[in-house]
Design a protein around this ligand. Sequence first.
Ligand code: 13P
Ligand code: SF4
Length: 312
Amino acid sequence: MPGAEAPRDVGERIRRLKKELNAVILAHNYQLPEVQEVADYVGDSLELTLRAAETDAKYLVFAGVDFMAEQAAVLNPDKVVLHPDPGARCPMAAMLPRSLLLEYKRRYPGVPVVLYVNTLAEAKAEADYICTSANAVEVVRRVPSDRVVFGPDANLARYVELKTGKEVIAVPPTGHCYVHLSISPEDVEKLREAYPDAEVLAHPECVPEVWAGADLVGSTSSMVRRAGASSAKRFIVATEVGLLHRLRVENPAKEFVPAYQNAVCVFMKRITLEKVYESLRDLKHPVRVPPEIASRVAEALRRTFELLGASR
Ligand code: 13P
Ligand code: SF4
């Protein structure tokens, strides 16, 4: 195709530009393999948040979806955060507009609000605490209240409720990730029967019937750690299939079976190697969060880290 560059060349150009510009690329575990390969760091939402908070690079390219890039911008008001495709938007994050959260705050006055990181900044600015799948249980456990308002993922809300014994009020009551919802308990059951020796690794965004019997319920990176540490040789993986790349690269002697092979987040996959390159070459698309919103989100994050103390 005229004008198109071979992926290898694009990768090399990206590496060169990163050096020239003093830029880093952070990529989520669901990103395309070739994007993960040019990234300086690949991780789950919590790890990427911590990395974004630590970087001293001038430019930060975020290979992930909108709320992740926004959060990196909030943590780096003096740096330029670039999102290679602003159309990479998480539909679950869009399920909780600020107006709905304000309605719940009026309905449950004084009840602390804990928001999952998969939320847009305009709603996060109204939160008391912000959690990820890696620390949601711990955050809610430490919140000084027996009930919390929690959004936007209702399946994660149920998981947190089960683990903490607290009342977790889900906002919206049916908030969900369409990718994790596509993983059915019946499919997982069939795979369990076919591979009785396999461990089941499940993301808490799956329906309770999927995570209830899993050997590990947790964030994408906690699945990577478990696969590395476990003596099992085979794993059934109930999350977005992009994670299988990292699992296979890091554990070549083990077998990973997707719980559902069409569990694909088309929004994560909008970030291509070419778009990462163009983003560095043309410094597009800078992520801007209005300062009055950014400062309130940063305050909720600071409060959360303080709540978690050294265990963050
Ligand atoms: P993790 O933080 O577990 O990587 O999950 C992010 C996400 O978007 C899951 O769908
Ligand atoms: Fe959003 Fe689900 Fe995609 Fe994660 S996998 S970014 S929660 S749509």
